[in-house]
Design a protein around this ligand. Sequence first.
Ligand code: TXA
Ligand code: MG
Length: 349
Amino acid sequence: MNTRVIRVDEQHMDMALVGEAGDIIRAGGLVAFPTETVYGLGGDALNPQSSEKIYRAKGRPSDNPLIVHIADMEKLEVIVREIPESAWKLAKRFWPGPLTMIMHKSDAVPYETTGGLDTVAVRMPVHAVARALIRAAGGYVAAPSANRSGRPSPTAVEYVIEDMDGRIEMVIDSGDVEIGLESTIIDLTTDRATILRPGYITDRMLAQVLGEVEEDCTMMRADSGQAPKAPGMKYRHYAPKGELTIIDGVEESVVAYINTQIRRHMKGNKKTGVIGTDTSVSKYQADVCKSLGDRNDETAIARELYRVLREMDDENVEIIYAESFEAVGLGQAIMNRLLKAAGHRIIHV
Ligand code: TXA
Ligand code: MG
């Protein structure tokens, strides 16, 4: 398949081009498109064949449900059995934006889209191109992140093309994304609202609206002995090809520990890499040293994380060490993704 790449700017949208992209989705095809979190791989959420195509293009197990993206509130009632009070409140505060809510699905949503579940994940993105595309496509776009299964979600169009060229009809290029980590997911089908995946909308922000929220116990730990409630979170996601270990401690001890390990691996002829921050990165002796940015600027760290993980792959780094971050606020999402990428390997020094 020949994948067409078109450029659509958020500020000056070419509606004719967006219309062409919408037509592809209406006809059952796939279009990768930008959102504020990461690039998505879009198909018609109400068309079972489209969802099957998404799984095939990603190389993803089909028991892993897709998020349905809408652009208008009145579309929500078509795809869910009922809209709980909590959903109205959260939508009022956080939609459009990087929040995904899980509700009981209506018959309009095929099981192919929900991975066989009776619930459906719904998100209303804020990115203008995403919103225009969803409307042009008929209102319901199923979209996982536009990466091949097991790779970090794409934060730039070059990564979408790297993973999807030849596998889908079209890619919409709108430049780099803003947030860089996937949306927060909250389950509203249980007695108490439960966060299944941390993101830019933090636990505190959600608790301000709902009073209190639970957190899925598998979110930050590998040893809870339970399966994650978001089926996708059980797969070794966001994984670089190299073996990644997180080192937690004060900067001086972390640098000393990592450099000792690096020297050992270099003797064994392994290519080494370190994911550090602005103040530490020059102190490391690895083959490839990358900074995620200013440790105090979490939004910048979130935006850089997946790019740096992919760069480690591109440079064929075999052994990777990463610094640790405080798991509060947006830091919780950063650590959740880093821990997954590391298969929960973390050493405290
Ligand atoms: O920011 C985002 O959410 C991006 C952009 C493209 O919108 N999308 C995204 O989709 O991250 P994906 O497919 O990569 O991740 C969706 C996650 C998976 O872990 C999946 O298991 C979970 O959402 N999920 C979807 N529907 C669910 C449901 N009904 N119940 C529990 N988990 C669900
Ligand atoms: Mg994904």
